[in-house]
Design a protein around this ligand. Structure first.
Ligand SMILES: O=C(O)COP(=O)(O)O
Ligand SMILES: [Mg+2]
Length: 224
């Protein structure tokens, strides 16, 4: 059998992107007269990509959003977010050590994020993380995205892996639902932006620091 595949979510799992997401969102919506959001509200906004984040911001402010305003906000968000990259975004403690450890154990590593690729690649590159991964798929890589299991399955296929030989590490119900639907074992992290208590996501294991993500844990979750 080929080497085990470990698939990582990005926002709230590999990288703490919260300050920049909120800053760029506030920059995008300010010209429309919407009051700014703070970091504590991120879990209500993030998870399904930037477009959904903008729609959720308007819904939370009980403000109608027409197509033209939506496009203007999306454009402002993207330009601002990219220009500042990596801004204040940083890998969570122990991220790089965990990636190196799993790589050294012979595992294949992938990213499966709902963030669009034009934002995903420069973020991972600017943080020096991109080269760790054999495959990176974003919210615009397929016709579907997490929580649709086909986003995870498409990532596995590109990596030449098999669902029964893969583990998904994520912070939200999107990740755990997509992976579970694809027949992939799961690890939930407690430090991300879940919209409900992490213990209720139904993950195979929950970790609160990347030091806990060992080759032995992956092997155990794969039932070896
Ligand atoms: O961009 C988002 O809203 C979520 O991205 P993620 O899938 O990496 O958590
Ligand atoms: Mg996430």
């Amino acid at each position: 059998m080929s080497s085990p595949l470990v698939i990582f979510d990005l926002d709230g799992t590999l990288v703490d992107t919260a300050p920049d997401l909120i800053e760029s969102l506030n920059h995008a919506i300010a010209p429309e007269g919407l009051a700014p959001f703070d970091i504590g509200q991120l879990h209500q906004l993030v998870g399904k990509g930037v477009k959904v984040m903008i729609r959720r911001a308007f819904a939370l402010r009980e403000t109608e959003l027409d197509d033209q305003t939506f496009e203007a906000c999306f454009e402002r968000f993207t330009t601002h977010y990219r220009a500042g990259m990596p801004g204040k975004s940083r890998p969570y403690p122990g991220t790089e050590a965990a990636l190196e450890r799993l790589k050294a154990a012979g595992f294949t590593l992938a990213v499966c994020t709902n963030k669009r690729m034009p934002l995903t690649m420069p973020l991972l590159q600017s943080l020096g993380l991109a080269d760790h991964f054999d495959v990176i798929t974003g919210g615009d890589s397929f016709e579907f995205r997490k929580p649709d299991p086909r986003h995870v399955l498409g990532t596995i296929e590109q990596a030449g892996g098999k669902p029964e030989n893969a583990v998904m590490v994520g912070d939200s119900s999107n990740d755990i639902d997509a992976a579970s639907g694809a027949g992939v074992a799961t690890v939930a992290v407690t430090f991300g932006y879940a919209d409900r208590p992490v213990e209720t996501l139904g993950a195979g294991r929950t970790i609160s620091h990347f030091d806990e993500l060992t080759a032995a844990l992956i092997t155990e979750l794969l039932g070896r």
